[in-house]
Design a protein around this ligand. Structure first.
Ligand SMILES: C[S@@+](CC[C@H](N)C(=O)[O-])C[C@H]1O[C@@H](n2cnc3c(N)ncnc32)[C@H](O)[C@@H]1O
Length: 273
């Protein structure tokens, strides 16, 4: 694992405990039965009962276990050992059947055998990955013929704007396309709790253009079934305003005019008969 992934993994190990205790994740509500999945993603994926589902970059498993509650046979994978330990403990505590694997995404095919009906990943995943083509190869590797890949993620267009605390206007700052060298940030607590103390000094991130993401998936042989662009974001950003529905949008004059989030479904062609 290279130095950037190692540093990010150490950061995620630190963030996991903070996030687990945060109001952002509401673990107690989840334990009491709350489903963390969004209505639109459940509709866009369709019924999962009895299907095998691999969740890439699953963090400590709340979304993975939400799919398990809907009847999917779930496997979650993440490179943070802290996250995987907590995911396993939650599954055991809630008596939900689930398998969790600790591995770097790019190394997963060497550690996890099998093929799945659904490969799923969501909300805050692609920015940690330096190579979007190799990511797409891992996705496709794990799909059965006829299986679907689904992602819901922040839109790369949203990521080009300065989001430092206090910046409320749209100010271009970051590249839209993948860069060889990462963008370097100084963590301020965790995104789930800004006031928390973290030892890690840097986080390393990459933006990936929508064309790069779609082309990476198509190049592996997947057929893109839809790409939806949404005008809301699922988490707070300095230049977005909170709505009453827990989502964040641009101010009135721009609301509805620019993409902030997207979802995509792609299918591996069925095996030839
Ligand atoms: C924001 S979380 C996404 C999960 C989900 N949206 C959530 O909020 O619980 C991002 C996850 O990606 C994982 N991650 C980052 N880089 C990774 C890599 N190279 N291989 C595997 N997991 C990685 C982190 O450990 C973290 O758990």
């Amino acid at each position: 694992m290279d130095k950037y992934l190692q540093a990010n993994r150490a950061l995620w190990d630190e963030w996991t405990g903070i996030n687990y205790r945060s109001d952002f994740y509401k673990v107690e509500a989840f334990k009491a039965g709350q489903n963390r999945l969004r209505d639109y993603e459940m509709e866009e994926i369709g019924p999962v009962e009895g299907k095998t589902l691999l969740h890439l970059q699953c963090h400590f498993g709340l979304d993975t276990l939400s799919w398990a509650r809907l009847g999917a046979q779930v496997t979650g994978a993440d490179f943070s050992s802290e996250a995987i330990e907590r995911a396993r403990a939650l599954a055991a505590e809630l008596s939900l059947p689930a398998t969790f694997v600790c591995a770097d995404l790019y190394d997963l095919p060497r550690q996890l055998p099998g093929r799945f009906d659904i490969v799923y990943t969501s909300r805050g995943v692609l920015g940690w990955l330096p190579d979007i083509d190799r990511w797409a190869q891992v996705v496709t590797h794990y799909l059965k013929p006829g299986g679907i890949f689904y992602i819901t993620e922040i839109h790369p267009f949203e990521q080009v704007f300065d989001d430092d605390d206090g910046v409320t206007e749209l100010r271009l700052r970051y590249p839209y396309f993948t860069t060889e060298e990462p963008l370097v940030f100084t963590p301020q607590g965790s995104y789930a709790d800004r006031s928390a103390t973290v030892k890690a000094e840097h986080e390393y991130a990459w933006n990936h253009g929508l064309g790069e993401i779609v082309s990476a998936l198509a190049t592996t042989g997947l057929r893109v079934e839809f790409l939806h662009e949404f005008t809301f974001c699922e988490w707070p950003v300095s230049f977005l305003l909170p709505g009453g529905d827990g989502r964040y949008r641009l101010p009135a004059e721009l609301d509805g005019k620019l993409p902030l989030f997207f979802s995509l479904r792609a299918r591996k062609p069925p095996a030839a008969v």
